[in-house]
Design a protein around this ligand. Structure first.
Ligand code: UDP
Ligand code: MG
Length: 320
């Protein structure tokens, strides 16, 4: 079935090993979308799950018209999974949502209302956020720094309950980069964005798919895809450190020359050691960052597809 019928609203939900949450999510989501009074589709992306996620999702599209399941061949990550959903979405307005029920589906009508009023990107920030305290403190910090560096104003990067107008989705679909952070990308193209508060729940079922390492990676993606500041910082830090070590050496030299502290021999030894430490620190740091960008360039030039679809499932019956 490939009717390229437009719908008013597409709901896009990535799912990676979410077998515990999906039934509850669907039971809460379905009444909400049915009562929107708009034509809609719900697109689930199975991001290479290794549990029963795919079979549960297929169950949904056997039961309900308007559910589609994009089954990716491997785990491509939350943002690439959403990208796959965007490529398939036919809606005039597109709403993204997490599968774990941390974003309550009841908030969807609120987002659509803002979009009706002409906002092309509706962001959200979580009030009463129910995550462990260290996650909250870390994201507060990250939100601030990222906004500064990427020159954006997003209150809460972590909240994926967001609404996008068709025009924005078309632009995102055209951006071929393979590492990105969707809310930031959308914000760059938004003409009239707005952010609204939404409720947030604790993850009740299943566990977070982001460990500390994945969170650091995600933030690195976010930084490096939206600015060159990390590179420039390294250059500046390098310059600063060189200047400082030069001043330090000068100070030692003057002390030796005028006050006669220590011997010339020991002065030279100390100076060498200090300089070596400083220089190797800078070099390592700089190499790391340069490597990061080169890695990205490599990935872009290899033009690998951002995701690979194995199969698309849709409702095939004729009821409902
Ligand atoms: N997710 C995904 N692929 C991944 C990791 C996560 O599709 O590689 C989905 C996951 O199923 C969920 C959403 O992205 O729907 C957010 O993930 P999670 O709730 O684990 O992140 P957290 O809320 O802890 O930041
Ligand atoms: Mg979550």
């Amino acid at each position: 079935m490939t009717e390229e019928k437009k719908v008013e609203v597409s709901i896009v939900i990535p799912a990676y090993n979410e077998e515990e949450s999906l039934h509850k999510l669907f039971d809460e989501l379905w009444p909400v979308v049915e009562n929107l009074g708009r034509s809609f589709e719900v697109i689930f992306i199975n991001d290479g799950s290794r549990d029963a996620t795919l079979s549960i999702l297929r169950g949904f599209c056997e039961k309900r018209r308007g559910v589609r399941v994009i089954d990716l061949g491997a785990n491509f990550g939350q943002h690439m999974a959403i990208m796959a959903g965007f490529d398939y979405a036919r809606g005039e307005k597109i709403v993204t949502l997490d599968a774990d029920l941390q974003n309550p589906p009841e908030e969807i009508p609120k987002l659509l209302k803002e979009m009706d009023e002409g906002h092309d990107v509706v962001g959200t920030y979580r009030v009463g956020r129910r995550d462990p305290i260290f996650r909250r403190a870390a994201s507060k910090c990250v939100n601030k720094i990222t906004n500064r560096i990427a020159k954006l104003h997003i209150q809460d990067y972590g909240c994926m309950l967001r609404g996008y107008d068709r025009r924005i989705i078309d632009i995102i679909n055209e951006s071929r980069e393979t590492t990105t952070f969707i809310p930031a990308l959308a914000q760059k193209f938004a003409v009239n964005p707005i952010e609204i508060p939404v409720a947030h729940r604790e993850r009740e079922l299943g566990e977070s798919k982001y460990g500390l390492f994945q969170l650091i990676r995600l933030n690195f993606d976010l930084m490096t895809s939206f600015s060159l500041v990390p590179l420039q910082l390294v250059t500046m830090a390098g310059m600063l450190l060189s200047a400082l070590s030069f001043l330090f050496l000068l100070y030692m030299f003057v002390r030796r020359l005028l006050l006669g502290v220590g011997t010339w021999q020991s002065f030279i030894e100390q100076a060498f050691e200090a300089a070596q430490f400083i220089v190797s620190g800078i070099t390592l740091f700089a190499l790391g960052i340069i490597g990061e960008y080169i890695g990205r360039i490599y990935r872009e030039v290899s033009r690998r597809p951002r995701y690979a679809v194995r199969k698309v499932y849709e409702y095939e019956g004729n009821g409902e």
